[in-house]
Design a protein around this ligand. Structure first.
Ligand code: GDP
Ligand code: IMO
Ligand code: MG
Length: 455
């Protein structure tokens, strides 16, 4: 399950729903930059690193190898869950995940300040510098923390090296290696009972035909390789990232489910063609309570963008979509959907890989009538106002992907399961433009969606 936009699509809620049918839930990338909100009755859980399946007592939750782990935040999260009587005994942590250290946070903060107008708008949680050290091969891994004598030697060397950078490049007070070592030795003992060979755990579950859910953090457009670079995160949230990050082969993944809001949000810097800076943006922000779960920053809001939607279908090979926050659009007289971009006088249906071109793309909208009534209590497609159903069908047709789940509120029951996304037939509902060819059949030439352009 992946985010199909710029993050915060409501993945936490959908993971929680799908976890009902999952034996194992795996986070495969990202770190405490993620903020996933799950609402169960009158309780709200905000998870950063722990998979959103943790609320089910028998579900195994794995923090995979491709994640970066800030042990301080992880331990706070464990404490918070336990205080709420949620068992964390089924939480497993990959021994090969990398560890976020105090110097990563300091460097993330200082480099954002140094960038001035060129800042990325990171969460300042040290994510980029932790992944940079992984690539540079100076990273600290969970397995290093598990061997105290080795860890002391490694940290003394690394902290001295990083102190040079902190002092000379950023004018920051050096860290005391012995203090950091003492702090991390304590974290290591707290986490030790959870540390495992996670790829092996997942493979064993696979061999026993267990249902395994890979839970993406962030979203497709924040992907380091396929997103709006450089305004991206430092990992691979796309579906392919699950293989590398969890340590599984592509043949082990049966289905890919994308989560998208019924409109679009983005937090941090970077181009956002359908952004609405006026009343519409403010209304979406107010009704959608669009403030970051991790940083509290106000999210930028705008209309649904089917160009990036189609891109997410392609990059992730989506089988179906969960559309969230449809209820946020309830009061609008009319709703716009970006069906294509205009770039240098040309119509453009595909997301351009060139960042400078993307920054110049202008949205071409189709306007759809609103339904002007509450959808919060709808539980079946038949309960939805006709215009809301038409809106969903239009999105499905534009992106050529079926919609399996519609979410109309934060709580578990405010959901329409159109089709069981795990066990139901593939590529079925709310997609009326003809079935996908089955394996071996000659695929039809790709149609461009039938779009009636209206800017
Ligand atoms: P994530 O990062 O993708 O897990 O999303 P976040 O949790 O950061 O942000 C989504 C927010 O929307 C959370 O506060 C959810 O409780 C809330 N939410 C999820 N689905 C719906 C929905 O269908 N309607 C409304 N109104 N809120 C929702
Ligand atoms: P979830 O999992 C939305 C954004 C940051 C910034 C960029 C890089 O809750 O959907 P980073 O700290 O990762 O180096 O910041 O990525 N970002 C997110 N935006 N949701 C998230 O996670 C995000 N995680 C990072 O705002 O623009
Ligand atoms: Mg979030």
């Amino acid at each position: 399950m992946i985010g199909a936009q710029w993050g915060d699509e409501g993945k936490g809620k959908i993971t929680d729903l799908l976890s009902r049918s999952a034996d194992v839930v795996v986070r495969y990338q990202g770190g405490v930059n993620a903020g996933h909100t799950v609402v169960v009755q009158d309780q709200t859980f905000k998870l950063h690193l722990i998979p959103s399946g943790i609320l089910y007592p028998n579900t195994k939750c794995i923090i995979g190898s491709g994640t970066v782990i800030d042990p301080k935040v992880l331990i706070q999260e464990l404490d918070q869950l336990e205080a709420l009587k949620i068992s964390t005994r089924n939480l497993l942590i990959s021994e090969t995940a990398h560890v976020t250290m105090p110097y990563h946070r300091l460097i993330d903060q200082a480099s954002e300040e140094r960038r001035g107008d060129h800042k990325i708008g990171t969460t300042r949680r040290g994510i980029g510098p932790t992944y940079a050290d992984k690539s540079e091969r100076t990273g600290i891994r969970v397995v290093d923390l598990m061997e105290p004598e080795h860890m002391k030697k490694q940290l003394r060397w690394t902290i001295n090296y990083k102190n040079g950078i902190l002092e000379k490049l950023y004018d920051i007070q050096p860290l005391d290696p012995e203090e950091v070592i003492a702090e991390y030795l304590e974290y290591a003992e707290r986490l030790r009972p959870h540390v495992v060979d996670s790829s092996l755990e997942i493979y064993e579950a696979f061999r026993h035909r267990r249902n395994i859910l890979f839970e993406g953090a962030q979203g497709t457009l924040l992907d380091l390789d396929h997103g709006t670079y450089p305004y991206v995160t430092s990992s691979n949230p796309v579906a392919g990232g699950a293989c590398v990050g969890a340590g599984v082969g592509p043949t082990m993944i049966d289905r890919v489910i994308g989560v998208a809001k019924a409109y679009t949000t983005r937090v941090g810097e970077g181009p956002f063609p359908t952004e609405q800076l006026g009343d519409v943006g403010q209304m979406l922000c107010d009704r959608g309570a669009e403030f970051g779960t991790t940083t509290g920053r106000q999210r930028r809001c705008g209309w649904f963008d089917a160009v990036i939607g189609r891109y997410a279908v392609r990059i992730n090979g989506l089988d179906c979509l969960a559309i969230t926050k449809l209820d946020v659009l309830d009061e609008l007289d009319e709703i716009k959907v970006c069906v294509a971009y205009e770039l240098d006088g040309q119509q453009c249906l595909d997301f351009p890989g060139n960042a400078r071109q993307f920054a110049h793309c202008r949205p071409i909208y189709k306007t759809i009538p609103g339904w002007k009534q509450s959808t919060a209590d709808c539980r079946t497609l038949e309960d939805l106002p006709m215009q809301a159903l038409d809106y969903l069908k239009f999105l499905a047709e534009l992106m050529e992907v079926p919609i399996a789940i519609v979410s109309l509120g934060a709580s578990r029951d405010q959901t329409i399961i159109v089709e069981d996304p795990i066990h139901g037939p593939k590529r079925a509902l709310l997609y009326t433009k003809g079935e996908q060819p089955s394996k071996g059949e000659q695929p039809a030439a790709p149609n461009s969606p039938e779009i009636h352009l209206a800017s």
